[in-house]
Design a protein around this ligand. Structure first.
Ligand code: HEC
Ligand code: HEC
Length: 429
């Protein structure tokens, strides 16, 4: 039954690939056939809304270059030491270029965060947060539960809101208030460029200036070349421009096989309705990642980061069925990351895939023992929420069963994951 489903999925994938290859041949426009995400539409509309307030209405290219200047400017933080790029390094798909599970920020750069910094690539199509997400695969749609929103718990409703929060967050750039941020931009070497773009009197109105800053950051983060270039080997494969190696192809098969990796169930790999895959369904799941003792907040045994139900997110705190759920991240560029999962508990991609294959087979490998010698199973989630934990393949095994993925199969899945790194096409030219 499952085999049939898989075979039919693979044949649908092949058909889609064939159709895509045909479209590409017909229009002979390989480079220009970038997928335009649906979500740029509301953002373009909001851009219109915000720009109305300004004396001048800068175009998207101007906003992008202003946003880029802001993104790399350390003087935009209270400490003067931290830019967005300090935590979101473009060389690592906008995740940190160090091995720390959480980053420090704040006025004195000594305030440790509570979560791993996510990559900022391929966020352009994240839907607004909803408790009832209907995802169409072209044939049918069903309520998949909560999905979307920015951050690991989806609490930032829009890219606009998300651009604002790190500037003011006490553990990040830690500016005292919005006016402090506007003063920093007014003193920056590129202040005149802001006046040229928005109007000579821009800095006379701090509220307006702050809007201009957030808008520029938001538009920069929608720049396709920087944030969603689709230049991985897998993209080239989807375009019919290259082949995957035997191991990579086998990894892809295991990734979609519902009885093996089953990764595709949450991290979608196929072209859907003409859009290139994002390697996420934007849904929320509890996969019981082990507690990370290196996060200072975890020194308090009573502290638990429960994702959707809090404590960072506050509006769903009375929904026990949401405790332990985090937003499924895209796996594009995942091999560039140095820390994995919301709490940065893993620093090795192969270990992450092993965890999927063996969580419930060899729990003693993943969870610690208490002082009494007893295994502290699922140690980052209080037991009253264990019913939320995902038990679908590959998490459907118990001690003594065969693993969902053998060691050689794990290697192939990792090889496939490495085909998702952008920049492959440029290297080949
Ligand atoms: C001190 C490190 C740090 C700095 C500086 C920082 N961020 Fe982040 N960023 C984070 C962390 C940690 C998260 C995840 C927060 C969470 O899940 O609660 C995040 C999340 C995000 C997200 C949401 C990603 C997603 O997957 O939904 C965006 C967008 C973002 N940051 C943009 C920015 C911008 C723009 C700046 C500069 C104005 C910035 N960040 C500065 C640490 C940082
Ligand atoms: C039930 C949905 C689901 C399935 C199936 C699934 N994942 Fe995930 N994946 C998630 C969620 C949710 C997270 C984030 C969990 C967290 O941080 O607590 C995640 C995180 C990851 C990460 C870390 C990414 C990062 O940026 O930190 C990797 C790597 C990953 N998954 C690979 C896989 C592979 C490989 C498979 C198949 C063997 C797989 N996933 C199957 C939901 C899923």
């Amino acid at each position: 039954m499952l085999m049939v489903a898989l075979t039919s999925w693979m044949s649908r994938l092949k058909k889609r690939l064939a159709t895509l290859a045909l479209v590409l041949t017909l229009c002979a426009c390989h480079e220009d056939t970038k997928v335009v995400p649906v979500s740029t539409q509301p953002d373009t509309a909001s851009q219109g809304f915000y720009t109305q307030h300004f004396e001048r209405r800068p175009d998207a290219a101007t906003l992008t270059s202003l946003g880029r200047l802001l993104f790399f400017d350390r003087s935009l933080s209270a400490s003067g030491a931290q830019a967005c790029a300090t935590c979101h390094d473009p060389a690592r798909a906008f995740s940190p270029d160090n091995h720390e599970p959480v980053q420090s920020g704040g006025v004195k750069s000594d305030s440790r965060g509570v979560r791993a910094v996510p990559s900022l690539r391929y966020l352009q199509a994240v839907p607004p947060f909803t408790e009832h997400f209907y995802e169409s695969d072209g044939n049918n749609s069903r309520d998949q539960g909560p999905a979307g929103g920015y951050t690991w718990d989806g609490r930032a409703r829009s890219a606009h809101e998300q651009a604002e929060s790190p500037l003011l967050s006490p553990t990040e750039m830690a500016n005292a208030d919005r006016t402090a941020v506007t003063r920093e931009v007014q003193d920056a070497p590129y202040a005149q460029q802001f006046r040229d773009a928005f109007g000579e009197k821009l800095f006379e109105q701090p509220a307006l200036t702050f809007d201009a800053i957030v808008l520029a950051l938001e538009v920069f983060q929608q720049s396709p070349e920087d944030f969603y270039p689709y230049t991985s080997k897998y993209d080239a494969y989807l375009r019919g421009q290259t082949q995957l190696s035997k191991g990579e192809l086998h990894g892809l098969e295991l990734f979609v096989d519902a009885r093996k990796g089953n990764c595709d169930n949450c991290h979608h790999v196929a072209i859907r309705e003409g859009a290139f895959p994002q390697f996420t369904d934007y849904g929320f799941n509890a996969i019981a990642v082990p507690r990370n003792p290196k996060i200072p907040a975890n020194a308090d045994p009573g502290y638990f980061d429960l994702g959707l139900c809090g404590p960072l997110r506050t509006d769903l705190k009375d929904r026990p069925e949401y405790c332990g759920l985090f937003r499924t991240p895209s796996l594009r560029n995942v091999s560039l990351k140095r820390r994995y999962f919301h709490n940065g508990a893993f620093d090795d991609l192969r270990k992450v895939v092993e965890f999927y294959a063996e969580r419930d087979l060899h729990p003693e490998q993943w969870y610690p023992r208490g002082a009494d010698g007893k295994l502290r199973l699922y140690d980052d989630l209080p037991s009253q929420y264990w019913k939320n934990i995902n038990r679908d393949p590959p998490f459907d095994r118990k001690p003594g069963d065969a693993p969902a993925l053998t060691s050689a199969e794990i290697d192939d899945v990792v090889s496939f994951l490495k085909t998702l790194t952008d920049g492959w096409e440029a290297d080949k030219k």
